[in-house]
Design a protein around this ligand. Structure first.
Ligand SMILES: Nc1ncnc2c1ncn2[C@@H]1O[C@H](COP(=O)(O)OP(=O)(O)O)[C@@H](O)[C@H]1O
Ligand SMILES: O=c1ccn([C@H]2C[C@H](O)[C@@H](COP(=O)(O)O)O2)c(=O)[nH]1
Length: 207
């Protein structure tokens, strides 16, 4: 699983590896989060997180689960984020910042606990693209996704701190697999070089 802050470069990384045969790449289903039967839960959440946070995170949880249980068609699968980051990072952030009501968080948590107890979600390796929030802020502005224009730097700092507490400091939640940290503030050329350096570790993680 590839993890990292918003606009840290996850999709770019997965696009690079998708050129390798025998790797299946599953990018995040963001297009579904922006359009489910004509509605845009991602946009609604950024406009009014207290009202729509549960709606978005319930749908993220479902679409991530759907990806996790897809039968493997190649020896290696790389997936962007996961049901774990949806809960441990994004739902947690909404709740901790006072933007998700306690009852919404409780219902989402019960769903999540039921899923991870009853459905196998095997993970071999977490590839963590470690960036500074400032880098993500620059890349976010450059990407210019409509819904995300309201995101302040402080939001990226909160997401960053939750990732660091979880994957680096082991201070929050259980980590479901070993973590490979790739420093990701660098330009694209250096990033591609680092991906090559780590190719074996990533592709052999399931062995
Ligand atoms: N190493 C990099 N240096 C500069 N820009 C980058 C780099 N990696 C990605 N980008 C750009 O930053 C934006 C966000 O990257 P993206 O891969 O979509 O991030 P994510 O999938 O993590 O949200 C895109 O416009 C992308 O072209
Ligand atoms: O559980 C989640 C997962 C993602 N999001 C938001 C964060 C971003 O605005 C988009 C997609 O993330 P990328 O890092 O650009 O891939 O979805 C969320 O709110 N909750």
């Amino acid at each position: 699983m590839t993890k990292g802050n918003i606009a840290s470069g996850k999709t770019t990384c997965l696009e690079y590896f998708s050129k390798t045969s025998d790797i299946e790449v599953l990018t995040e289903p963001v297009s579904k989060w922006r359009n489910v039967q004509g509605c845009n839960p991602l946009g609604l959440m950024y406009q009014d997180p207290s009202r729509w946070g549960l709606t978005l995170q319930t749908y993220v949880q479902l679409t991530m689960l759907d990806r996790h249980v897809l039968p493997m068609s190649t020896p290696v699968r790389m997936m962007e984020r996961s049901i774990y980051s949806a809960k441990y990072i994004f739902a947690e952030n909404l709740y901790k910042s006072g933007k998700m009501p306690e009852v919404d968080f409780a219902v989402l948590s019960e769903w999540f606990e039921w899923i991870i107890k009853n459905i196998a979600i095997p993970v071999d390796l977490i590839v963590y693209l470690q960036t500074s929030p400032q880098t993500c802020y620059e890349r976010l502005k450059q990407r210019c996704r409509d819904e995300e224009k309201v995101i302040p730097l402080e939001y990226l700092e909160s997401i960053h701190n939750l990732y660091e507490d979880w994957l680096i400091h082991h201070k929050s939640f259980e980590v479901p697999a070993p973590v490979l940290v790739i420093p990701a503030d660098h330009d694209l050329k250096k990033m591609l070089h680092q991906y090559e350096e780590n190719r074996e570790k990533i592709l052999m993680a399931h062995c």
